[in-house]
Structures are given as structure tokens and as C-alpha cells.
Design a protein around this ligand. Structure first.
Ligand SMILES: O=P(O)(O)OC[C@H]1O[C@](O)(CO)[C@@H](O)[C@@H]1O
Length: 528
């Protein structure tokens, strides 16, 4: 397509949203002109489904749950007065609590002002808070966040070492909707131990964000933690960033949660409209459908040209892949749906994988995010009349062009600046696009049955380890994995038994020794 024809296509398809400070350019997606019209009936059905969802329909049929993240930024939309009150009172609680922490009305065990936040959570209970903290954090923030988002002991040690003597001035925020996620439970137990080692009582430094009556909620109540904040079954983990899950850490950090919510609410208003061409979330869903044939045949590479958006792709990975990646559709047909999301930031990725994007396998489309405002204050020239920001812009434009020349498709989201309002807009934009796209491909975006299998299997591994340790503890002679498995009456589990023994033997504190000679089936293990 020639430059002038492309310009025409650009102006025809550009979706300008002045109220959001955002535009979406889909001109470099190669959809035929007839495609939007062809999809329009399906899109209108998606709008209807979304309307019903927002009105309180059970949009997550497996779990018989309403899906209410849109109410979090406009409580008036919630279907019952009880929910409206819950949203308003949680927001009040967050604001009052953060004020009391900042002002020193609530202090640490040693009567010091809290200056750090240690956020303990995983998945939707960490990714949103991490994204927001990274996108909006400043050197002079009221509190400095750090995260335990895994059950990796070394990862936790690094965080505790960073906090060092500041642990006494660190407020632990334990986040788990279910209140029973093992990684989060482990992080909390390790944190409790770290506070204890420092001569501190964890309960006097901890708050919980969780569902009422959950395991975590009961523990926090029983131990007298400083405060508890609610999560509701009508908010999914991956869409919980505008609930206490995301708002409490952000407010404590000193970020403008009012603007964040306003951005999300403004985007909801724009993306609620049923005129597809003026609805950037609908257009994105439409493009996902076009690019992937509605079957996830291509991956989406997220390329934001702004360091602050580095974690956006990680956040979107869960939002999109946990929502869309489903074995069955709503009628129970096996569809193995999904859309792979990856990426970091431009122009950094130019020097990593953009080579393959331009010349290698064409199994992707790109979503660029362009931020118009370069920095606070003036920029120095790095070449005559040219700044670093001009280069960032140039690299974005250049990569977009270079990919287009090779028939590699892209769309571009342009925002004016990165601030709390814009981050709210971006969060809401993708939440809505996911919901609409799920309707287009007829899957339930709000459950995650596939995650349970891995959790159950992990539980079985832990149970097997306990059996192995019990057996070796009975003063057994050195045994091979096969002998251990046979003694447990589980000869078929020999590979898993071997893996567990090798892991135990690699950690001297576990008291299992090994002689690793010959074929791995001949390695011998015993309790020291
Ligand atoms: O907030 P919770 O209940 O600890 O769950 C954490 C994450 O685990 C999952 O249930 C499964 O990975 C996610 O959907 C969720 O965000």
C-alpha cells in the first residue's frame, strides 16, 4: 500500500478518544474493509452480553458468580444497595487507613512511622499492584513497595535482605482473595519468621486483603492484625486492581487512586458505547479476532515505548491468558482457545527479539503503546535539536514501519502521558477488550479451571515427599529411587520419587544424603 493510501487508511480507522487522552490506530492491521461489517452482529451480541454483565447477570456460570469489576469505579452501577455500600465503605477504609499510616496515627510496634510496604500475594493479587507501583512510582513516594510474589526461598531472602533493619518500619500487606493460596501463605509464614527474628510481632505490622471468612481472614482476626480489607466473590483476581487489592498498596505508596479510578471510569464510559468504530476496546477485540482467526493462531507482542510500562505485558499476560485460554466454550465444546501475550518495552526489545519479528516466523501481531509526553521538564539535546525522547519516538516509528514493510501487523495505542488517570484508562481498556473478545469466541472469561490441576498435582508431590521422608527416617539403608518407590507401594511413581530425593539431597538442611554414581536409577539416598 502506498504512503498516501496508508494515510487514508490511518485517518479512516483512527479511533480518537479525547476524554481519555488516548487514540487507537488499527491501520497497520491487514483486515479487509468488509471485516468490521461482517463481525458487527457478533460484536453487537458481545455488547449485549457486556450490558447484562454490568447489570449483575451471572456472567461466570461455572462459579455462579456476578462479575463486578466495572462497579468498583462507578458504584452507582452496582445491582444492589448492599454492593454499592460495600464498595464505598472499602474505599473510605483505604483512604482513611492510608492517611493514618502516613500521618503516624497508626505506627509500628516500636512507635515509628511506617515507611515501607511489603506486599505478599501472587497472580491477580500481585501483578496489578506491581504494574501500578512500577508505572507510577517516584523517588519521593510516601512509602516504598516491595513484593513477595512466589514461594522461592532465595527470592524472599533477597527481599528481606533489602529491607534489612527497616523491617520494623515495614507494613506487610497480605493479599489473597481466596485466603488459601499456598505461595502467599508461605510468603506470610516466612515474613512472620523474619519479623520474629528481628524481635518484632508480625500482627502489629500486618494487614490482610481477603474474602470475609477465608483462612487468611480468620487468621488475621485471631491474631489481631492491624486491619482487614475486603475482597468479594464478584471480583476476579485478575480484574481486582481497582479493588482494595490494587488500591490499598497504591494509596499507601502515595499514588493518586482517585485519578486511577477516574481514568478507569472514563474508559468504561467510552468503551461501554455500542458504536464499534468509536469504541477502542471493541476495536481491539475485533483486531484480536481478525489477527488470530478467533482461535489464538497468533501471539500478541506488547511493545510499550516507555520504561514505566515494563510490567504491562506481564500484567496483561494473566488478564488475557487466564481469561481467554480455555479448553471448552460456553456450550462445553472443546475449543482450546487462547492468545499468547509477551513483550517488555521498546526500544530495548529492538536489541533482543525484534530481529525475529521482522524476519523470522510471522506468528504474531504487535500492540505498540506510544506515550507522547517524554518527561517532566526540558530535555537536553543528544544531537543537534534532537532529544532522547525524539529517539525513542523514532525507534517506535521505525520499528512499526520496518515490520509493516515485511507484512507484520501492528496496532498502536497512543496516550498523552503516564499518570494515574492514564493507567486507570489502560487497565479498563484491556479489561473491556478481554470481556468483549471472550463473547466473540464464546468462552467464559471469568473462571480458571485449568489452574486447579497444577495446584492439586503440587499437593500430591508434597504429600509424597512427606511419605518419603517418613520412610527414610526409619533408619533405612541407602536406597535407590526405585527401592523407595517400591517400599511406599508406588513403583509407578519412581520418577517423581527420584526428583523429590534429588531436591532434598541438594539442600543440606533437609538431612538427606546421596551418592550420585552411575545411572540415576542407581543413585542411593539415605537420611543422615
Ligand atoms: O488471590 P488468591 O486467591 O490468592 O489467588 C491468586 C491467583 O491464583 C489464581 O486463582 C490462579 O492462578 C489466580 O486467578 C489468582 O489471581
Amino acid at each position: 500500500m502506498g504512503d498516501l493510501t496508508l494515510w487514508k487508511r490511518y485517518t479512516t480507522h483512527l479511533c480518537l478518544c479525547p476524554k481519555l487522552g488516548l487514540s487507537l490506530d488499527i491501520s497497520r492491521m491487514g483486515f479487509p474493509e468488509a471485516f468490521p461489517d461482517h463481525m458487527e452482529p457478533s460484536m453487537q451480541r458481545a455488547f449485549t452480553a457486556m450490558k447484562e454483565l454490568e447489570a449483575g447477570a451471572v456472567a461466570n456460570p461455572d462459579e455462579q458468580r456476578m462479575v463486578g469489576h466495572y462497579w468498583l469505579r462507578n458504584a452507582a452501577l452496582a445491582p444492589t444497595g448492599e454492593i454499592r455500600d460495600q464498595i464505598a465503605s472499602a474505599l473510605d477504609q483505604i483512604k482513611t487507613f492510608s492517611y493514618n499510616i502516613h500521618s503516624g496515627t497508626i505506627t509500628s510496634q516500636n512507635n515509628e512511622t511506617f515507611k515501607n510496604i511489603l506486599i505478599i500475594g501472587i497472580g491477580g493479587s500481585a501483578l496489578g499492584p506491581q504494574f501500578v507501583a512500577e508505572a507510577l512510582g517516584m523517588a519521593g513516594d510516601r512509602m516504598k513497595p516491595s513484593f513477595l510474589d512466589n514461594t522461592d526461598p532465595d527470592g524472599m531472602d533477597r527481599v528481606f535482605a533489602e529491607l534489612g533493619d527497616d523491617l520494623g518500619r515495614t507494613l506487610a500487606v497480605v493479599i489473597s482473595k481466596s485466603g488459601s493460596t499456598k505461595e502467599t501463605r508461605n510468603g506470610m509464614l516466612e515474613a512472620q519468621a523474619a519479623y520474629r527474628r528481628a524481635g518484632l510481632e508480625f500482627a502489629l505490622h500486618a494487614v490482610a486483603v481477603t474474602g470475609a471468612g477465608s483462612e487468611l481472614d480468620r487468621l488475621a482476626a485471631a491474631e489481631g492484625w492491624i486491619a482487614r480489607f475486603p475482597m468479594w466473590d464478584w471480583v476476579g483476581g485478575r480484574t481486582s486492581v481497582t479493588s482494595a487489592v490494587g488500591l490499598l498498596p497504591a494509596a499507601l505508596q502515595g499514588l493518586d487512586i482517585t485519578a486511577l479510578l477516574a481514568g478507569a471510569a472514563a474508559c468504561d464510559a467510552v468503551t461501554r458505547q455500542t458504536e464499534t468504530r468509536q469504541n477502542p476496546a471493541a476495536l481491539m477485540a475485533l483486531m484480536w479476532h481478525y489477527a488470530t482467526n478467533g482461535r489464538g493462531e497468533k501471539d500478541m507482542v506488547m511493545l510499550p515505548y516507555k520504561d514505566r510500562l515494563l510490567l504491562f505485558s506481564r500484567y496483561l499476560q494473566q488478564l488475557i491468558m487466564e481469561s481467554i485460554g480455555k479448553e471448552a466454550d460456553l456450550e462445553g465444546n472443546i475449543v482450546n482457545q487462547g492468545m499468547t501475550v509477551y513483550g517488555n518495552k521498546g526500544s530495548t526489545d529492538q536489541h533482543a527479539y525484534v530481529q525475529q519479528l521482522r524476519e523470522g516466523v510471522a506468528n504474531f501481531f504487535v500492540t505498540f503503546v506510544e506515550v507522547l509526553h517524554d518527561r517532566e521538564g526540558a530535555s537536553m539535546p543528544v544531537e543537534e535539536g534532537i532529544t532522547s525522547g525524539d529517539f525513542l519516538f523514532g525507534f517506535f516509528q521505525g520499528t512499526r514501519q520496518a515490520l509493516y514493510e515485511k507484512g507484520r501487523e501492528s496496532m498502536t495505542i497512543t496516550v498523552e502521558r503516564i499518570d494515574a488517570f492514564t493507567i486507570g484508562v489502560l487497565i479498563a481498556l484491556f479489561e473491556r477488550a478481554v470481556g468483549l473478545y471472550a463473547s466473540l469466541i464464546n468462552v467464559n472469561a471469568y473462571h480458571q479451571p485449568g489452574v486447579e490441576a497444577g495446584k492439586k498435582a503440587a499437593g500430591a508431590v508434597i504429600a509424597l515427599q512427606k511419605e518419603i521422608v517418613g520412610l527414610l527416617g526409619k533408619g533405612q539403608n541407602p536406597m535407590t529411587a526405585g527401592e523407595v518407590a517400591a517400599s511406599l507401594g508406588k513403583p509407578e511413581a519412581v520418577e517423581q520419587v527420584f526428583a523429590i530425593l534429588r531436591h532434598l539431597a541438594a539442600n543440606p538442611d533437609r538431612g538427606v544424603a546421596a551418592v550420585c554414581e552411575g545411572d540415576v536409577s542407581e543413585w542411593k539416598f539415605w537420611k543422615q
